[in-house]
Write a protein that binds this ligand. Structure first.
Ligand code: NAD
Length: 248
């Protein structure tokens, strides 16, 4: 099959990012995948899974919170594939602790990876796509926590996901005239290692509505649509996908 385009997915060694990368490969995209050095092995096996689907793939080790890493990663993807059509800024971390017990170091780490990382991915994908002049799709990872705080133990995470919602709206305004849409998925609880960590850290304080989780495939199916040509009239949105735990 002729390639649908070139996608880059960050934090794609596992969880939601991996599911998105595999789904975009099924949709006909060649998919470059990113994660940190500590997850290199898992990232390599995602590359092999994508290649087994008959699409091109490559692993790009980079820390999304470091501008030189993100800039270099986008340049490398463009060098290998000749362009970039879809950027999925999925990488993220969570730290669970009451605000009064959250250190500045933990707060900065969550904000740097989630908010600054998304800013850098949006920025450098936007620069590249505007230079190409062919439009594009930029997609971020917001959360139900980017709409309202879901527990007292996630203040840094909540702040970072509210920031992603704001960045998504701002980038949509800036890149819209270039036919580049910018949207985010805003999931409720999804069955991944991150959710296991969040539930374990909350102990008996886990909200009841977190017990019913969605799957990574649920998010990948939404991203498949936002990444498609058909979604061109949607931009600036952080789309709730949460099983109805609340309504926007
Ligand atoms: P996960 O922990 O399973 O995967 C996150 C991936 O990001 C990991 O592979 C990790 O190595 C990578 N990563 C971490 N720091 C990085 C960095 N600095 N640079 C590059 N990669 C880095 O988590 P997940 O559940 O798959 O979450 C994916 C995204 O979806 C996150 O942004 C998360 O906040 C968001 N989200 C998850 C849920 C959920 O319930 N699982 C709900 C709402 C939003």
């Amino acid at each position: 099959m002729v390639s649908t385009g070139v996608a880059l997915v960050t934090g794609a060694a596992q969880g939601i990012g991996k599911a998105i990368a595999l789904r975009l490969a099924d949709d006909g995209f060649d998919v470059a995948v990113n994660d940190i050095v500590a997850n290199e092995k898992k990232l390599s096996s995602v590359v092999e899974e994508i290649k087994a689907k008959g699409r091109q793939s490559s692993a790009h080790l980079a820390d999304v919170s470091v501008e030189e890493d993100v800039k270099g990663m986008v340049a490398e993807v463009v060098r290998v594939y000749g362009g970039l059509n879809v950027m999925v800024a999925n990488a993220g971390v969570c730290k669970c602790a009451l605000m009064t017990e959250t250190s500045v170091e933990d707060y900065d780490r969550v904000m740097n990876i989630n908010a600054r990382g998304t800013f850098l991915c949006y920025k450098h994908a936007g620069v590249q796509m505007m230079a190409q002049g062919r439009g594009g799709r930029i997609i971020g990872a917001c959360s139900a926590s980017g709409k309202r705080a879901g527990s007292a133990f996630t203040s840094a995470y909540v702040a970072s996901k509210f920031a992603i919602r704001g960045l998504t709206q701002s980038a949509a305004l800036e890149f819209g005239p270039h036919k580049i849409t910018v949207n985010a998925y805003a999931p409720g609880p999804i069955d991944t290692d991150m959710l296991d960590y969040i539930k374990t850290s909350h102990g008996s304080a886990v909200p009841a509505h977190w017990q019913t989780a969605g799957t990574t495939g649920d998010i990948a199916a939404l991203v498949s649509y936002i990444a498609s040509k058909e979604s061109g009239f949607i931009t600036g949105q952080s789309l709730s996908i949460n099983g109805g735990i609340y309504f926007d």
